[in-house]
Design a protein around this ligand. Structure first.
Ligand SMILES: [Zn+2]
Length: 344
């Protein structure tokens, strides 16, 4: 059932952000050249199939049906590309559409910004000099931060170009998927930072991850959160929605999916960062649909009442971000804003 947050979430092909010529051509090529037929999906948290579709497009203006599961309150894509098309999206278009930073710049950003963030949140739960694995490690900057503090670190990812940046710093980074990863020991801490929101079958991956943890091991999870659209997107939920994110977590849906596979969040916040211990899988699911629906409706109401001011602010931010990116200072600026409490 269609239940858009407001009319601006209709599939009209219009982007909600400024797009460069490179981004526009990459989106156009992807939609024109690839099989973009969307396959129906069931809820990855509760297996339900009844969704309220709250948006029909993403920030890039791409067709992107996003639904709120009526049975559990999880937000995810109700229909999505085939695995084959997803493979092409990541291998041929992702970098041009998302305009990510270079491997060396990512390494620096991870080391300076994300490393301390993950370390500070998880340090009380992990033995000093323990074994750390990062899944989806990118250039490995987070792992380098842990390595410099005495931990034994390993990383896995699928992108050799990015991992080469970390390998040049002496890190052990291996090209493999979680499914094919067969280490000869288990880990005290496994880090998954901005990974799970991309997965179309997160429960199977998390189930495997749980087996890689020591009995007293901990999983650190970080994902984009619907709770921070006010702080980071000025209540503009449309700017938050972006291909190829498949799941859009709330604290409630994160807790549901983790507990279902036998991971218990023992510390978490609204950003969302969570540290989990191993537990027995829990079958009961808490339906957070009403709370999520109310939170999103309130954000949209705020956006619509303040849209002119918000648009001007976004335009200024966008220009500033492009200038900082050209100077290679955007991560430094983000870190400074976070330290001043002006950004999460
Ligand atoms: Zn559900």
């Amino acid at each position: 059932m269609t239940h858009l947050l407001s009319d601006r979430f209709k599939n009209d092909g219009k982007p909600a952000i400024f797009l460069t010529a490179t981004q526009r051509s990459a989106i156009r090529d992807f939609l024109k050249n690839e099989d973009c037929a969307l396959e129906s999906k069931r809820c990855v948290v509760c297996d339900g199939s009844a969704f309220d579709v709250i948006s029909e497009k993403d920030r890039f203006g791409m067709p992107y049906p996003t639904g709120l599961c009526r049975s559990c309150g999880n937000i995810q894509q109700t229909a999505y590309y085939s695995d084959q098309t997803l493979g092409k999206l990541y291998s041929q278009y992702y970098r041009r559409i998302l305009a990510p930073v270079s491997p060396d710049r990512l390494f620096t950003a991870q080391y300076l910004s994300k490393g301390p963030r993950v370390f500070d949140f998880s340090r009380d739960w992990v033995p000093q000099t323990g074994c750390v694995l990062e899944i989806g490690c990118g250039s490995g900057g987070i792992l380098k931060y842990f390595s410099d503090r005495g931990f034994h670190v390993e990383g896995i990812d699928l992108d050799d170009e990015y991992m080469d940046a970390g390998r040049r710093s002496g890190l052990k980074l291996v090209r493999t998927s979680v499914d094919e990863f067969e280490p000869d020991h288990r880990f005290d801490l496994i880090i998954m930072s901005h990974v799970i929101e991309h997965l179309t079958d997160p429960r199977s991956v998390l189930t495997k991850v749980r087996l890689l943890l020591k009995d007293q091991g901990r999983l650190y999870v970080e994902v984009p959160s619907i709770h921070i659209t006010g702080a980071n997107f000025q209540y503009d939920f449309l700017r938050y929605l972006q291909n190829p994110h498949f799941i859009h977590f709330s604290n409630g849906s994160m807790r549901n999916i983790l507990r279902r596979v036998g991971l218990n969040p023992i510390a978490n916040n609204d950003f969302i960062q969570a540290v989990c211990s191993v537990c027995e899988p829990v079958t009961e699911i808490t339906n957070v649909a009403d709370a999520v629906r109310t939170e999103l409706a309130a954000a949209e109401d705020h956006y619509l009442k303040n849209r002119n001011r918000i648009r001007i602010t976004h335009a200024i931010q966008s220009l500033g971000n492009r200038v900082l990116a050209r100077l290679g200072l955007n991560q430094v600026a983000k870190r400074a804003l976070r330290s001043l409490g002006l950004r999460r």
